[in-house]
Structures are given as structure tokens and as C-alpha cells.
Design a protein around this ligand. Structure first.
Ligand code: F0G
Length: 363
């Protein structure tokens, strides 16, 4: 017999660095362990000598990084005896909460902005059996309502204001360092509610500092570069944005809950924030797909928009090791993808000659 090596999720892998306690029933879908893919063609287009890796979180069980926080938050909720969880969401958190609630056999209530979530994410919440509450408002309204309702209703909040979410999400930083055998120089990622940048920063700091029981793994932390959509960029405007708007609906957020933590990451790491227009975001999404074969959702692409701009300008110098987080899978939002593709799927007769003709025309 060989020793089994079946991967069993990140609570198992990183138990010693997480609030996992004896006798906890782990609620897991084997999330984490996502690929770190080196970009092969885009650095050449930029004519810059940099190593750029993307952490493709779209390959988590529900197709986004949210599963990292959700396995921890739902495990803790079940441990505390909760029968129901609740969240506000632009889509991915609701899909993830719904899946982990199904796995744990508890109820999930999800508040989503009416008409403003990608079709794949809605399909997921429906299929996993969540109680879907569409509100005539945006994510920020949903967040306010969830906090109000949870004061009295018997539901555990699983948005990233739940500290267990950030604990789970910090494992992405561990995986990156474990995979590279080194700490990146720069970490680029999209910022919406700002939980993820806060969680990464926590993870990177933990790997760079020894504790009583755990030795430091590396001796440095990366510069944290947070990128937003121009129409939903409170970290650029310096305060809440009333009516956030962007094609990248995942980050259509005007009042980020982890505001302080994100600024702390920015300050302590010597990082920066920047914002990109919808056109720039979609252009990068397409570039990643047709130059690298990596299909992420629009919100995820802004991390690479940012990296490309800052590598080109030299703000991220040549010779740097750069990691970008691609937070979600492109398949979640087929409508936005198809709408931006310049192809003409007109049907032709089902005949050899017609197919040959079609090929010749596009050679
Ligand atoms: N990318 C994607 C694909 C997301 O779904 C989100 C957030 C972010 C980036 C931003 O991460 O909020 O930690 O700064 N989505 C949340 C949701 C808000 O409800 O699914 P953040």
C-alpha cells in the first residue's frame, strides 16, 4: 500500500496556522491548492523582463477565491451550532456560501443586487439551494441590511466582516510562497469590499514572522498593489462612492467593509491603489484569454491591467517577481464575455465545401 496523498482542502493543509480546533467538523469541498501559472506571452508584449505569475482562483470548487474563506467561516458557524448563514453579495460570495451551506446541511440566505449579478453566479446560488433575496439596491445596501438583520435573526454572517473569512483567505499567500519557494516582490489584486487584500497581507506577514511555535518561512513581504474599477474606486476617491457602477459587477462596491485593514496593507507594504476603466478591464480580460489561454472574470482582470501598467511605467522594475490574483472564473459571466467578442457565429450549410470556404476566409 502507498500512503494516500489525496488533497483534503486548506483547513487540513494549513491547520496549524488557522483557528481549527480539536473535534471540529470540517466543512470542505477540497478548496485551495489552485495553480500558479506563469504568463508566457504578455511580458513579451510589454517588452519587459519580469516574471509574472497568476494565481488562478477561478479553479476553486465554486469558481472563485471565496471558497477559502467560506470553508473556515462555515466550519466555525457549524461548530457554534448555527443552523443558517447569511451574506450580501455581488455574486461569488453567494455562490460559495450556498455551496458550503449545502455541504453542511444548513440554510443559506443570500442578498444580491437585482439584475446586477453575473448569470453563472445566480445559477450557482439557485442550484445549491440558497434562499435568494434580490434587493432593489446595490451591494452596500445589502451589506447594511445583513448587519441589521443578523442583530436579531438566528443567522451567522459569512461576509468578510466575519473574522474567520479572512483567516481562510490568507492561505492563498501561503500557497504562493510554498509554490514559488520565495516571496513575490509585488502582489497585484482587485479590490472591492477589500477583504482579500487584507487577508493576503495577513498571510504574507505571518509567513515572514516567527511565532512561539512556528518559524518564519521567508524573510520579506511583497508590495501590495490594489486595483479598482474606475466607477467604483473609493480607495482612489478617498471615501465611500454613492452609486458605484462598473461592468465588473463583482467589484461594484462603494463602501468597502475592510477599509482600515486595506489601508494598513497599503501603508505597511509600501503599496498603492489605482483604478481602470471598464474598457481597459475588458481589454485585459480578452488579452489573458487569447494570449495566455486563461479565462477569468472581468473583476479579476483588473489585477493584470494594474500589473501591466506599472511594469510598463517601471513603477514595478524589471527583474521583479510579480503575482496577480485572478479571483474568479470567466465562465461565471458568459454574457459579458460574448458581448465583447468580435466574432460572427453565422451558420453555414453542413457541407465540406462550405466549411473549407469558411476556413480559407479566416486564414
Ligand atoms: N474579484 C471577484 C471575482 C470578486 O467576486 C470579488 C468580491 C473581488 C474580486 C473583490 O474582493 O471584496 O475581497 O476586495 N466579491 C464579493 C462577493 C464582494 O460578494 O462575491 P474583495
Amino acid at each position: 500500500m502507498t500512503t494516500p496523498t489525496r488533497y483534503q482542502g486548506l483547513l487540513n493543509r494549513y491547520a496549524e496556522r488557522l483557528p481549527v480546533t480539536e473535534g471540529m467538523q470540517i466543512i470542505s469541498l477540497n478548496e485551495g491548492d489552485t495553480p500558479l501559472i506563469q504568463l508566457q506571452n504578455i511580458p513579451g508584449i510589454l517588452k519587459k523582463n519580469v516574471d509574472v505569475f497568476v494565481k488562478f482562483e477561478g479553479l476553486n470548487p465554486t469558481g472563485s477565491f471565496k471558497d477559502r474563506g467560506m470553508t473556515m467561516a462555515v466550519t466555525q458557524a457549524v461548530h457554534e451550532g448555527s443552523q443558517a448563514i447569511i451574506c450580501a453579495s455581488t455574486g461569488n460570495t453567494s455562490a460559495s456560501a450556498a455551496a458550503y451551506a449545502a455541504r453542511a446541511q444548513i440554510k443559506a440566505f443570500v442578498l444580491i443586487p437585482e439584475g446586477k449579478i453575473a448569470m453563472g453566479k445566480l445559477a450557482q446560488a439557485m442550484m445549491y439551494g440558497a434562499r435568494i433575496i434580490q434587493i432593489q439596491g446595490n451591494f452596500d445596501d445589502g451589506m447594511r441590511l445583513v448587519k441589521e438583520v443578523a442583530e436579531t435573526a438566528p443567522v451567522a454572517i459569512v461576509n468578510s466582516i466575519n473574522p474567520y473569512r479572512l483567516e481562510g483567505q490568507k492561505t492563498a499567500a501561503f500557497e504562493i510562497i510554498d509554490a514559488l519557494g520565495a516571496c513575490p516582490d509585488y502582489h497585484c489584486l482587485p479590490v472591492g469590499n477589500a477583504g482579500n487584500i487584507s487577508a493576503y497581507w495577513r498571510g504574507y506577514k505571518e509567513y515572514a514572522n516567527s511565532t512561539e511555535t512556528l518559524a518564519a518561512v521567508v524573510d520579506k513581504t511583497p508590495v501590495m498593489c490594489g486595483y479598482q474599477a474606475a466607477g467604483a474606486a473609493p480607495f482612489i476617491t478617498g471615501g465611500p462612492v454613492d452609486n458605484p457602477e462598473t461592468v465588473a459587477t463583482a467589484i461594484r462596491i462603494g463602501n468597502p467593509q475592510s477599509w482600515e485593514y486595506a489601508w494598513q496593507a497599503n501603508r505597511e507594504s509600501g503599496g498603492w491603489f489605482d483604478a481602470f476603466t471598464d474598457a481597459e478591464i475588458l481589454e485585459t480580460q480578452k488579452l489573458l484569454a487569447d494570449q495566455e489561454g486563461i479565462f477569468c472574470e472581468p473583476a479579476s482582470a483588473v489585477s493584470v491591467s494594474g500589473a501591466m501598467k506599472d511594469i510598463t511605467s517601471g513603477k514595478i522594475p524589471e527583474g521583479s517577481l510579480v503575482v496577480c490574483t485572478l479571483t474568479g472564473n470567466g465562465l461565471k459571466d458568459p454574457d459579458t464575455a460574448i458581448a465583447q467578442c468580435d466574432v460572427n457565429p453565422t451558420a453555414i450549410p453542413a457541407q465540406r465545401q462550405a466549411v473549407e470556404q469558411a476556413i480559407l476566409e479566416s486564414l
